[in-house]
Ligand binder design. Structure first.
Ligand code: EPZ
Length: 416
């Protein structure tokens, strides 16, 4: 199994280009199931999760070709309505096929994704919403079995803001008859990007980016061509890396508007930031001040940046209170950071982080994607060598991570 080895203490400088967003690409590639004909997607990141969604779409009968960062998907041959456990267990976002399969084929049998390291992650809101659209849902032998001759528009209220839940319901409702209203919908940029693609395909989706999304169903959709938006979590990860190492880094091809909460917390912590149209220039200071934050649905501080920002707080001047409100078990990285010398105490969903100035390199274990990114950042500021095990998590969500950090001057390498 691959490991990543980092010699800490190098200051990062130079430019880094942000890749396409994993969490925008996954629902958008899945939306190809909603139409016949060839769809083209550019700026698709080269990631393990993209290979997983490709395998899943091919399993349903779509033909998929990949040429660098361009992916073409033609679902004219859509036939198989079953998403088997072997494919779904590799990636929870596989549940995104449920809405499109039901809308196109009138039936779907999709393996339940199950829990994961960061929490239970139920899909009850996806299922309740589909039932509201007229689907009959049964859970049998670990599978969701859904059927609907024709989905019918409905008023759907989400008890909790759910990103993939909102996406699944949007994709089901575009081909339903009549009007659907999604209330307390997620407002993430990935939702807006999916709505734009659906509208390009001929759908009528209004209000994406606000808590109320209205969808007027149409009979058919047509193929489209689209560019995947920049990854805001990768952007945030590089922002924190630059700040942590007292670096001077220009982040290119990003969308500054999408990282507003992270930028604002960095400024509050004393990091010097200038924002251009698609670039952000970060200059880290010798000392960073502790700030408190809580994770929230967009536009709040993203849970997917909590672990990385915690590393900055671990070496900052003062004490930071970090409140995780989205997932019940998203502090798994804390025990590894403590092994590197961090002073962190957890009480329920709050972490109290006393800045210690410097971490020390150690062998550590990655537990999920963002926790892995957090350990890479910790390795970059630690004295000595850090070896990160189980780096396959990183390959799910960060394209060319070692290459990008190496180009910025980090001493990082993959040991195969
Ligand atoms: C998306 O997951 C992202 N994944 C996650 O990114 C991200 O952490 C998360 O949103 C929150 O921003 C993709 O976009 C593919 P949710 P998702 O449904 O949609 C509860 C990463 O590292 N909930 O918004 O699965 C749930 O338990 C990943 O890239 C229900 O109770 O998250 C959680 O507490 C990890 N019932 C909260 O809602 C449901 O039916 C938000 O989860 C659905 C969700």
């Amino acid at each position: 199994m691959d490991k990543i080895e980092i010699e800490g203490g190098r200051r990062l400088s130079g430019r880094v280009t942000i890749s396409g967003a994993k969490n925008a690409a996954l629902p958008i590639l899945t939306s190809a199931l909603l139409t016949d004909g060839s769809n083209t997607y550019t700026n698709v990141p080269g990631l393990q999760d993209i290979h997983s969604i490709r395998a899943l779409l091919e399993n349903h009968g779509a033909s998929v070709s990949v040429d660098g960062h361009t992916v073409r998907i033609d679902a004219s041959g859509l036939s198989n309505s079953e998403a088997p456990y072997e494919l779904v267990r590799k990636m929870r976002a596989s549940i995104l096929v449920l809405g499109p399969l039901l809308a196109r084929l009138g039936r779907a049998r999709v393996s339940l994704p199950g829990g994961c390291a960061i929490g239970a992650r139920p899909i009850n809101l996806h299922l309740n919403g589909l039932e509201r659209l007229g689907a009959t849902i049964a859970l049998r032998h670990g599978y969701v079995e859904a059927e609907a001759k024709k989905l019918v528009g409905a008023d759907i209220y989400f008890d909790t803001v759910t990103v993939t839940g909102t996406e699944n319901l949007m994709m089901a409702a575009v081909l339903a008859s009549g009007r659907s209203v999604l209330r307390n919908a997620a407002r993430e940029p990935e939702i807006v990007a999916l709505a734009q693609v659906l509208n390009q395909m001929g759908a009528d989706v209004q209000g994406a980016g606000t808590p109320v999304i209205t969808i007027n169903g149409v009979d058919t959709l047509k193929p489209t061509q689209t560019e995947i938006i920049p990854d805001r979590i990768e952007t945030g990860t590089f922002l924190v890396a630059a700040a942590l190492t007292g670096g001077d880094v220009i982040i290119d091809r990003c969308e500054p508007d999408h990282v507003g909460a992270t930028l604002s917390k960095l400024s509050q912590a004393g990091v010097d930031i200038s924002v251009g149209q698609n670039t952000i220039h970060v200059r880290g200071n010798a000392s960073v001040t502790s700030v408190d934050f809580r994770t929230e649905p967009y536009p709040g501080f993203p849970t997917d940046m909590q672990a990385q920002f915690m590393v900055l707080m671990a070496v900052a001047d003062g004490t930071s209170m970090i409140n995780e409100t989205i997932f019940e078990n998203r502090f798994i990285h804390v025990s590894e950071l403590k092994r590197m010398g961090a002073d962190i105490r957890i009480n329920g969903n709050t972490a109290m982080v006393h800045g210690v100035g410097r971490l020390s390199g150690a062998p550590v274990m990655a537990s999920d994607l963002r926790a892995s990114a957090c350990l890479v950042l910790a390795g970059l500021v630690a004295e000595g060598t850090t070896v990160i095990n189980r780096v396959y998590h990183l390959d799910r969500g960060y394209e060319a991570l070692e290459e990008k950090f190496t180009a910025l001057g980090a001493a990082i390498r993959r040991v195969r």
